[in-house]
Design a protein around this ligand. Structure first.
Ligand code: CNA
Length: 271
């Protein structure tokens, strides 16, 4: 299970970290409250803040870090049953984990749909508009096109139901970089058998690790990359990890050296 904390080392802020989190940095958008950026009612009134965020998360602006590549290595070794992620940045896909192994529980920017006629919108149309600071509209009916990111109150993708078959057969649960505050995702951490070790690597003790800990829980506090590095060393996988990262970084050089700073500090014309 993964959350925004696995992508902060790639330069994408999480939601809830005080000071650096996205929610505490959205004031300049005059949102009635931070969560409004992911609410349909607000989106239809003013889609601009959301599309500013979308532009920042344009595939290619950020690259996976060691945590994503560690999960990829688990897959290469045949050890990854499934990766349940709350992230919408697509870095799990970029790291080379196949879609069949992924449950993007809160959706993805990889596809987009018209909010009126529900037709799929070609990615190139959608991104051309977003990168030009225009609100993307459907070619057919001119309705606003929204990426397939799950907003508050929207149903989760059908693949989320895979948890019914995955969690009872898992023999290890890794929980990485999440506050375990968003349901129903957070409760997945309780669905592995009680004999199964659960490993939390996070800045803070969260969710059931805090209020209903189990005897075989392991908690590694601090930076997620540091925690993963430690695990990789203990497993004796350091060299393989470095080889994989070297190969992948050659394949995926950054399109541009961007950070999400421009979202946090928009130009005065936008504020
Ligand atoms: P969150 O609620 O913001 O929590 C993040 C957690 O990660 C917190 O407990 C932090 O302490 C911890 N954390 C942050 N950085 C690190 C680090 N370097 N090392 C260790 N721990 C760290 O995020 P969740 O994912 O739990 O919340 C669910 C929301 C966040 C989902 O709906 C996502 O779509 C959404 N989100 C996604 C992204 C992304 O795609 N990268 C970014 C921001 C928010």
């Amino acid at each position: 299970m993964a959350g925004a904390g696995i992508s902060t080392p790639s330069g994408i802020p999480d939601f809830r970290s005080p000071g650096s989190g996205l929610y505490s940095n959205l004031k300049q958008y005059n949102l009635p409250y931070p969560e409004a950026i992911f609410e349909l009612t607000f989106f239809f009134q003013n889609p601009k803040p959301f599309f500013t965020l979308a532009k920042e998360l344009y595939p290619g602006n950020f690259k996976p870090n060691m945590t994503h590549y560690f999960l990829r290595l688990l897959h290469d070794k045949g050890l990854l049953l499934r990766l349940y992620t709350q992230n919408i940045d697509g870095l799990e896909r970029v790291s080379g984990i196949p879609a069949s192994k992924l449950v993007e529980a809160h959706g993805t920017f990889a596809s987009a749909t018209c909010t009126v006629c529900l037709r799929a919108c070609p990615g190139e149309d959608f991104w051309a508009a977003v990168l030009a600071d225009r609100v993307p509209c459907c070619r057919v009916c001119t309705g606003i096109v929204k990426p397939d990111v799950v907003f508050f109150g929207e149903p989760l993708p059908e693949r989320f139901l895979l948890h019914v078959v995955d969690f009872p057969v898992a023999d290890l649960l890794l929980v990485l970089g999440t506050s375990l505050e968003v349901e129903p995702f957070a409760s997945l951490s309780e669905y592995v058998r009680h004999s199964v070790p659960r490993v939390l690597i996070n800045q803070a003790v969260v969710g059931t690790f805090a209020w209903q800990p189990r005897g075989r829980d392991v908690v590694q506090l601090g930076d997620v990359v540091h925690g993963v590095e430690k695990l990789v060393t203990l497993l004796g996988w350091t060299e393989e990890m470095q080889d994989l990262m070297r190969r992948e970084r050659e394949k995926h050089p950054l399109h541009q050296d961007s950070t999400i700073d421009s979202l946090i500090k928009p130009s005065s014309s936008e504020s």
